[in-house]
Write a protein that binds this ligand. Structure first.
Ligand code: ADP
Length: 565
């Protein structure tokens, strides 16, 4: 707005000087006199808009713009009124304030529109009173509605009326501009193009890496973002998240890498790498958002260490108490009356619960810091599953639940009972038993009546185990949280059932250890199905792994360790 005021004021001043002082003969021919009031207002407008530019540096301030607008509008109004009103040579100049009015929002447009029409009506009354022809006034009346409509349309469409708008706290929508936002984000934001050149490097990226934007822009990202794995080895190209996203056009999150800063300090980072697409959907660059999580990880480690030490220490006395209680309850070794037996049975059950809680805490803590013992061996999963179902059948049937084994679709059972084809996986059977026991125990715990169905299917690459129950089901809003640590669904159906909220967390961690995934599909009141998908091992890889297992069991053996497995 200040630009317009500056230009118009200067023009009016020049016109005044020109017509009043220099080209006086021209003025005599056509009446182009500029009233003194206009000249004064134009000077005010000029001084004001210059002051705004030079000293206040508030070019986009709404209030400053409005004052500019008022100054230039009054200058033009004084020019038109002072040079003959509707007969003035300058009447068309009124288009300017009219068109600019909606820049300051609806109230200003309405005031300007009402003032214009009030003036036109007054003029029309004068014309009627003097008995002259109304046609010209009517024409003006119709014509002057147009610029207001145009103003509404242009500023609304361009969004300029809101662009400069400002709320009571002085916050402008301009403050939301992408550049400002990127600079203000507390996480490192960098953009890397197809050649690997850094195109953007925000303030937080400077703080985290120690490199300045000036150093970074234009350089290859590998010379500044020195990513390395947990062993401190610089990551190779195949593991570089930026390269992966450039090649795959899919975003990824990585929270396993560290970054070497300019001062050679190693910090742990979480990276979110997303592709930036061109119009055709191809990758033209990647945006990397990263955060220093060293402190968080350190605290996490300390917490996990504390929990695992505490649960380890507490598990031993609890196991002793459980053992003595079992002895006290054993008719063959102790003689107690029936009331004492009742109390001891309760104490025994609670101690078992406590023991399970400590065990789960310990496993959860270990699974988080990678200390979970894991001895994977090549396992025939169909045979393994059959065994598991047999072992668990008893618990379910004791509660009156039917257990159905439904191995099918690609995993058909042959006459002898063995599965055909064979589905091999490289898993630790003890860990996988823990997973399946968790899921099976939950299915029994949360099902009052009906049946449990254990499914097993597979294809060339994967195999899927499913455990379906006809129990309470899980509310949809809880499904997304089930695999979080300590998460328990809180409703009347689940409240009476004891638990720690750690079983599914541990299950997920173990399944992920084998590059598998676990998920649930559930209908409240009808039941749930928990699925586990595991990668299937092909025969060649299985043979290589078996060879390796044999070599590890017999240290003096001369069997060569296969590589690239
Ligand atoms: P918990 O020790 O509480 O069973 P889990 O981690 O094993 O802990 O399970 C978390 C929550 O998920 C449970 O508290 C329960 O509300 C819900 N849940 C798990 N399995 C089932 C199931 N088969 N049917 C209904 N709810 C289930």
């Amino acid at each position: 707005m200040n630009d317009a005021t500056l230009a118009l004021s200067a023009l009016l001043i020049l016109a005044y000087i020109g017509f009043e002082l220099i080209f006086t003969e021209v003025k005599a021919e056509i009446d182009l006199s500029i009233p003194v009031a206009t000249f004064v207002l134009a000077i005010l407008g000029l001084v004001y808009s210059l002051a705004i530019y030079r000293f206040l540096a508030k070019k986009s301030h709404l209030f400053a713009g409005l004052i500019s607008y008022i100054l230039i509008t009054t200058a033009i109004a004084s020019l038109i009124i002072g040079s003959g009103g509707l007969q003035s040579q300058f009447v068309a100049l009124w288009m300017i304030p009219a068109i600019l009015s909606y820049m300051f929002g609806m109230p200003v447009l309405i005031v300007a529109w009402l003032a214009t029409n009030a003036y036109l009506i007054l003029m029309a009354v004068d014309v009627v009173n003097s008995g002259s022809d109304l046609t010209l006034t009517l024409l003006y009346f119709i014509t002057m509605q147009l610029p207001f409509m145009v103003s509404y349309m242009i500023w609304r469409r361009s969004g300029a009326s809101t662009e400069t708008s400002e709320d009571s706290s002085g916050f402008k929508d301009k403050d939301l501009s992408a550049d400002l936002l990127i600079e203000s984000i507390a996480e490192g934001v960098v953009v890397v193009d197809l050649e690997g050149t850094l195109k953007l490097f925000n303030k937080a990226a400077e703080d985290i890496t120690g490199w300045s934007k000036v150093d970074a822009i234009g350089l290859n990202y590998r010379s500044l973002l020195k990513l390395q794995d947990e062993k401190g080895v610089p990551i190779d190209k195949s593991k570089d998240p930026i390269r992966i996203v450039l090649a795959s056009n899919k975003s990824l999150i990585n929270d396993e890498l560290s970054l070497k800063t300019r001062s050679e300090k190693i910090i742990e980072v979480t990276l979110v790498v997303s592709p930036i697409n061109d119009r055709d959907g191809g990758v033209k660059a990647v945006a990397v958002v990263f955060r220093d999580v060293s402190e968080e990880r350190h605290q996490q480690k300390q917490r996990a260490e504390f929990i695992s030490t505490a649960s380890h220490e507490m598990r031993t006395p609890v196991a002793a108490i459980e053992g003595y209680l079992a002895l006290a309850l054993n008719d063959k070794v102790s003689k107690i009356d029936s009331a004492a037996k009742g109390y001891l049975e309760k104490a025994h059950a609670s101690t078992q619960h406590l023991g399970k809680l400590f065990q789960d805490l310990l496993t959860a803590a270990k699974s988080e810091d990678g200390r979970l013992t894991n001895n994977p061996v090549v396992t025939d999963m169909s045979a393994f599953m059959e065994q598991i179902v047999e072992d668990m059948r008893f618990t379910a049937e004791k509660k009156g639940l039917q257990v159905i084994q439904s191995f099918g679709a690609g995993a058909a059972k042959s006459g002898g009972g063995a599965m055909n084809p064979v589905y091999l996986a490289n898993i630790d059977p003890e860990r996988m038993r823990e997973v399946l026991t968790n899921l099976f125990d939950n299915a029994v715990k949360y099902t009052e009546e009906g049946k449990l169905t254990i499914g097993f299917t597979g294809n060339q690459e994967t195999m899927t185990i499913s455990i379906t129950d006809t129990g309470a089901g899980i509310p949809p809003e809880d499904v997304g949280h089930l695999f979080q640590k300590f998460y328990r669904v809180d409703n009347s159906a689940t409240r009476q059932v004891g638990g720690t909220g750690l079983g599914l967390f541990i299950t997920k961690k173990i399944v992920e250890l084998y590059h598998g995934r676990v998920w649930v599909e559930s209908k409240l009141g009808e039941g749930s199905t928990f699925f586990i998908e595991l990668p299937r091992l092909d025969q060649t890889k299985a043979d290589q792994l078996k060879q390796l297992e044999t070599a590890q069991k017999t240290p003096l053996s001369t069997v060569q360790k296969p590589t690239n497995i």
